[in-house]
Ligand binder design. Structure first.
Ligand code: ADP
Ligand code: MG
Length: 387
């Protein structure tokens, strides 16, 4: 066990790295953050900020020398850097799991080989691959690497569209995936310790707007059997990856409660932010526990909760007027300390707690509508649309 007082490292100092750092500091660890951004949000809490690229040899050397263990805030760090670091200190999750999750082709291929249900897809390595005669369009062409928040993907109606989109992505490797009719989206976030013990958070329901997570509802409004099935699948997947750390599994629910795995993230996930205010242990404390080999914390939900993302669009007229939100005694505001509020950029979130999920959702939607209105942003046409 790595005990409080030790130094931990994290690759990536955005909001996820920042919340990991805060959780680690609360438990009495020291934290060093590696992030090329001089204004990295995690630097607000960290003992040390190494402002360098993720593959900078000197910075990695320093992490290896000074940290008892290192983790990641996002999957797009080079697996080779993680492998190299692992020769010097504990690295969790391991490079192999990160390499699988950072590339949609390896991810989907792995899931399929392990027998997990995924959307029908083909690997598009070159234009030739798009000559399949009977692909079930409409579809989504997704770049294999570096996509997030719906970026790097395009809906395509036929083979010509797909070819144009592939050219638009400079013919970089992609997957072409059937566009499915979704009944719901849910996710399962769990932690698996070095001893293979698993602690799973309650299944959460997710609503997206323009490809970006907008609202997460916990517990998900699904039947107990479906929740059990999603948890069982996520646990099986964590074991098959011999995973150590926090793992998020995104699912699509199709008609008839059929489950499909959409993608996985080898780290805490935006849809798990509700755990900060509503669970016995948050996903970030759990990340610290799994990294340090501590027993995993209980994941019990203490209150129904609904989380709403705050995107940079809300800053269109300057710093939002937070008075409105802060006067709600069951609403928790989290701002990430990012300097530039660009449109679509995740700047913070808030979570409404209440005695029922319906009440928490109503409070969240009302608070969101008020925030938009007070900050001079025209109301979205559909309920639950993004800021
Ligand atoms: P990202 O890495 O940006 O999260 P995802 O593959 O999870 O990329 O896609 C983002 C969102 O787009 C999903 O949460 C879902 O709402 C929608 N989406 C993605 N793939 C499909 C699909 N095959 N069918 C229907 N909707 C999809
Ligand atoms: Mg996703």
């Amino acid at each position: 066990m790595i005990l409080p007082g030790a130094t931990l490292g994290v690759l990536g100092g955005g909001q996820l790295g920042s919340m990991f750092t805060a959780a680690a500091c609360t438990l009495g660890y020291h934290v060093t953050v590696l992030d090329p951004d001089p204004h990295s949000p995690a630097a607000r809490f960290a003992d040390k900020h190494l402002c360098a690229r993720y593959d900078d040899r000197d910075a990695l050397e320093e992490l290896g020398k000074t940290c008892a263990a290192v983790t990641i805030e996002f999957e797009n760090v080079s697996a080779q850097s993680l492998e190299w670091l692992a020769t010097r200190c504990i690295v969790r999750p391991a490079a192999r799991a990160v390499a699988i999750a950072q590339d949609r082709i390896t991810e989907k291929t792995f899931l399929q080989q392990q027998g997990f249900p995924v959307a029908p897809f083909i690997v598009v390595g070159d234009a030739q691959a798009l000559h399949l005669p009977d692909f079930p369009f409409p579809a989504i062409l997704k770049r294999s690497r570096l996509g997030y928040d719906g970026k790097g993907q395009v809906v395509v109606r036929n083979r010509q569209d797909a070819l144009a989109a592939f050219n638009g992505f400079n013919r970089e490797p992609c997957v072409l995936e059937q566009r499915l009719s979704l009944q719901q989206e849910i996710s399962v976030i769990l932690a698996r310790g070095a001893d293979a013990a698993i602690a799973c958070f309650p299944v959460v329901e997710n609503q997206h707007a323009s490809g970006i997570l907008d609202i997460s509802i916990a517990p998900a409004r699904i039947g107990a059997a479906l929740a059990r099935q999603a948890v069982a699948m996520a646990e099986k997947l964590a074991h098959s990856l011999e995973y150590c750390g926090v793992l998020a599994v995104e699912f699509f629910v199709l008609e008839g409660d059929k489950l499909i795995i959409n993608e996985i993230a080898p780290r805490p996930h935006n849809s798990g932010h509700y755990t900060l205010d509503a669970c016995v242990t948050s996903q970030f404390e759990q990340q610290v526990r799994a990294l340090c080999g501590l027993p995993l914390g209980k994941t019990r939900l203490l209150s129904p909760a609904v989380m709403v993302n705050l995107l940079g669009d809300l800053w269109a007229q300057g710093e939002p007027r937070w008075e409105e939100l802060l006067q709600h005694p069951q609403t928790k505001l989290h701002l990430y300390g990012k300097r530039e509020p660009r449109a679509g950029r995740k700047m913070g979130h808030f979570t409404c707690l209440d005695e029922s999920v319906e009440r928490a959702l109503a409070a969240a939607l009302e608070t969101k509508a008020r925030l938009l209105e007070r900050n001079g942003i025209s109301l979205p046409t559909q309920a639950g649309a993004s800021f």
